[in-house]
Design a protein around this ligand. Structure first.
Ligand code: NAP
Length: 252
């Protein structure tokens, strides 16, 4: 599989660490020029920029909070004016604010929806204009198996990820006839800072249900995303691709 992205311009949200960082690196390895956003992780973002440069790749960090509509619009405009186009958007930025419903603060529900779902809407809205003009482009949203399962303590997160899948399907219905392919990736448990903070007991019981008996590596998600945005996936549209080591495929 070639996954050739030579000369493509890509924008990845939340690229400073975890899955987003792996996506930045893999898109670069496939030949794309990548811009990625961060909020708090400036030193991680600079370190990624430098390590990519050392490999001969172009990865440019931009401070941009997905909750800030104006910042999102400016970021997309800057990428398009700097590169003359935007070929690829990966809506990856996401957070958790876990709490049981009875104790969940409204701000924690709203913050998760704002970051994970409305943030993706903001980026996709801004990015689809240049893509529609070019009659070409590929968007991938990073949802989660939380869109499939109910998870106690994650009503906010599950709502955001379920919404993201429905949003992605509807985007595909609008944009595919005009040349822009949209798909969602649904990772299971992946080794990042997000899963590092899970209680040991929850991790152990998750591990028992994963057919491969291990958490995934961020690169294993990134390679699927690079494939989905590549010409090799030219006939894949409006799909949810689960990358979960078999967690949702069987009762174990
Ligand atoms: P992570 O290690 O916590 O990294 C999150 C990334 O999102 C960071 O780069 C962070 O930037 C960025 N971010 C957070 N809030 C942001 C905001 N308001 N605006 C812009 N960027 C923001 O998380 P991860 O595990 O890699 O998860 C990445 C995505 O995959 C998320 O959407 C998550 O829901 C999804 N996912 C993860 C798993 C898993 O097991 N890890 C499973 C399913 C789905 P800073 O460094 O600047 O804070």
């Amino acid at each position: 599989m070639s996954r050739n992205l030579d000369g493509k311009t890509a924008l990845v949200t939340g690229g400073s660490r975890g899955i987003g960082r792996a996506v930045v690196e893999d898109l670069c390895a496939c030949g794309a020029n990548v811009t990625f956003t961060f909020v708090k992780g400036e030193s991680a973002a600079r370190e990624l920029e430098e390590s990519c440069a050392a490999a001969g790749w172009s990865a440019t960090p931009v401070l941009c909070d997905s909750r800030d509509s104006q910042a999102v619009t400016s970021t997309v405009e800057e990428v398009v004016s700097g590169h003359g186009k935007l070929d690829i958007l990966v809506c990856n930025a996401g957070i958790t604010r876990d709490q049981y419903l009875m104790m969940m603060k409204e701000e924690d529900f709203v913050d998760v929806i704002q970051t994970n779902l409305v943030g993706a809407f903001r980026f996709a809205k801004a990015a689809c204009r240049p893509m529609l003009t070019a009659k070409s482009g590929a968007i991938v949203t990073v949802s989660s198996i939380a869109a499939i399962f109910g998870i106690a303590g994650q009503t906010n997160y599950c709502a955001s990820k379920g919404g993201l899948v429905a949003f992605t399907r509807s985007m595909a219905a609008e944009l595919a006839p005009k040349g822009v392919r949209v798909n969602a990736v649904l990772p299971g448990f992946i080794e990042t800072e997000m899963t590092a903070k899970m209680p040991r007991q929850v991790k152990r019981s998750a591990m028992d249900r994963i057919l491969l008996r291990r958490f995934g590596d961020p690169a294993e998600v990134a390679k699927v995303i690079s494939f989905l945005v590549s010409p090799d996936a030219g006939y894949i549209v409006g799909q949810e691709i689960v990358v979960d080591g078999g967690l949702t495929s069987a009762v174990s």
